[in-house]
Design a protein around this ligand. Structure first.
Ligand SMILES: Nc1ncnc2c1ncn2[C@@H]1O[C@H](COP(=O)(O)OP(=O)(O)O)[C@@H](O)[C@H]1O
Ligand SMILES: [Mg+2]
Length: 367
């Protein structure tokens, strides 16, 4: 069976600094050799700290920006060689929703106009039937059709995200990229939007790439998870397998930061030590080695490849086979420094993360 989307060896480096004469002096290795595939009707979660390249992958997949290297296939077609007409058709089939729906909805247009625009643009529905279609889409996302005369500012954050989802649905896509779709919403609203996305997936057979810095959010929606660190996927697996037994030390740290719902089922948090490197100047060898509790010499010089284990679980770590199973991880002894507290809180989307203070590369995702 052909996957809906296949991404192979995707690379995107941005020029971060130029000389007076325009020569590139420094590059941000935003995406550096990313491969994955996604089947129709399924959800792949891309997870990792802010700045690890998730949004850049999203934009590459939609061909909003061009990669430096790599291949993208959508339903078996090479996306990078599509002509203008085929690209227009693809733009209908793949949609994106963002963290901040308010910024992506035109404040001067009513909801009805916002939803009619894509229908007209792609000549999907004869004009006489557009109102009816708009009403149908609004019902689909749990909003009353009479709200079509209102403007975005008249809605709450959760409702605005419903409108953004409705706009994406209007063109009957096969794939929706959800880039931190609930990160800006109140915790109480998050599960409503996640449930809506899941419900729409079941009813319409949509595939999602679900981008989040928060593993706890992903848990409720993902079929597959790919954990990213500094432009690379370090572990990918079926969601159940990854949540039951993460293998990469980075995934283990991310997972250990999720609050445990049962107070007595204690899980020890892994607090990462060491510098947080940047994609501007990633360390040689394994890009996680400066923070890894299991670092050995080899990690400092040799970049680990993503090695599949035959069950669909792949890990990029020199020490995968030697490390204790995650259940046996040595408990950390508490007493974190304030900076590390913030790091853990940012992973877990806790109150510190919501305030976003202190650690510049963490906190809630601005993009
Ligand atoms: N247009 C751009 N020019 C220069 N650097 C960029 C650009 N877009 C993203 N970056 C950099 O690429 C890295 C990855 O960014 P991004 O994909 O937005 O990460 P994420 O979505 O995971 O937070 C970051 O270091 C960011 O600063
Ligand atoms: Mg982002």
């Amino acid at each position: 069976m052909t996957a809906l989307l296949e991404v192979e060896g995707l690379v995107k480096h941005f020029v971060a600094e130029r000389s007076l004469f325009g020569r590139a002096l420094a590059h941000v290795k935003a995406v550096d050799g990313v491969s994955f595939s996604l089947e129709a009707g399924k959800t792949l979660a891309l997870v990792g700290e802010s700045g690890c390249g998730k949004s850049t992958v999203s934009r590459l997949v939609l061909r909003l920006i061009e990669p430096d290297a790599g291949a993208i296939r959508f339903e078996g077609r090479d996306l990078l060689s599509l002509g203008a007409d085929a690209l227009r058709k693809f733009r209908r089939e793949a949609q994106i929703i963002f963290q901040d729906p308010y910024a992506s909805l035109n404040p001067r247009m009513t909801v009805g106009q916002i939803l009619t625009e894509p229908l007209a643009l792609h000549s999907l529905v004869p004009s006489a039937q557009r109102r009816e279609r708009v009403a149908e889409i609004l019902r689909l996302v749990g909003l009353e059709p009479r709200l079509e005369r209102r403007y975005p500012h008249e809605f709450s954050g959760g409702q605005r995200q419903r409108i953004a989802i409705a706009r994406a649905l209007a063109v009957e896509p096969k794939l929706i990229i959800c880039d931190e779709p609930v990160s800006a919403l109140d915790v109480s609203i998050r599960s409503q939007i996640l449930n809506l996305l899941r419900d729409l997936q079941d009813r319409l057979g949509l595939a999602y790439i679900f981008v989040s810095h928060d593993l706890a959010v992903v848990k409720h929606i993902a079929d597959h998870v790919a954990v990213m660190n500094l432009g690379q996927i370090v572990e990918t697996a079926e969601a159940d397998a990854l949540f039951a037994a993460p293998r990469h030390p980075y995934s283990r740290a991310l997972l250990s930061a999720i609050p445990v719902p049962k107070p007595r089922a204690k899980r020890s948090r892994i607090v990462l030590q060491g510098d947080i490197p940047s994609a501007l100047n990633p360390p040689p060898g394994c890009r996680f080695h400066t923070r890894c509790p299991y670092v050995i010499d080899r990690c400092r010089s040799e970049m680990p490849q993503l090695v599949p284990d035959g069950t669909g679980h792949a890990t990029a770590c020199h020490r995968t086979s030697e490390l204790p199973s995650s259940a046996a991880i040595v408990p950390s002894d508490g007493g974190f420094s304030p900076v590390l507290e913030k790091l853990v809180a940012a992973f877990s989307g806790g109150p510190e993360a919501a305030r976003g203070g202190g650690v510049s590369s963490l906190g809630t995702d601005p993009a």
